[in-house]
Design a protein around this ligand. Sequence first.
Ligand code: PNS
Length: 181
Amino acid sequence: MLTWRLFAIRLRLRTFLMRRAIYPGSFDPVTNGHLDIIERGCKLFDEIIVSILVHPEKQPFFTIEERREMLSEVLKQIDRGHCTVRVDSFQGLLVHYALAQQADAIVRGIRAISDYEYELQMALMNRRLEPSIETVFMMPAETYSYVSSRLVKEVFQLGGRLEGLVPQVVEERMKDKTPKR
Ligand code: PNS
């Protein structure tokens, strides 16, 4: 009986103390830079929800389902420590979604000063909309400071090598989706 009570108290304490973050983005496709940020985020948070924005007006390379599948697969391969990482998707305002998920923070990667202006605007707007949720900026390894999903797609479409920029499974899925040249 006592053991059960202690277990219930520990469980409640863990839930109460648990730090949960949302890592939102388009992830079209996930890059090694994204994975680097998730690994770093795992050192700070107990749980990270990698959340794909459903953007009805955009013409993506990969569908939401394909992006989900690739993320789930590559997340198994990274160093997560004791952190739980799961994949989800969302529509509408990020802060509404973050509140619904009972998240404490939003994680965003900043590669260069050029990212900062846009990210600062978003972080401040999100703070105005929902002051209880903090934005945490993280810097990826220098190796990935120039890697973006947009450039990855451009390089791929023009026949360039993607080695080291995206996980192998992503490159394979990109090739599978493209008619043979
Ligand atoms: O990977 P991306 O495309 O840079 O991610 C941008 C994202 C998904 C973080 C941003 O577009 C977003 O949060 N969209 C949800 C809509 C929203 O909340 N807009 C107000 C933010 S200031």
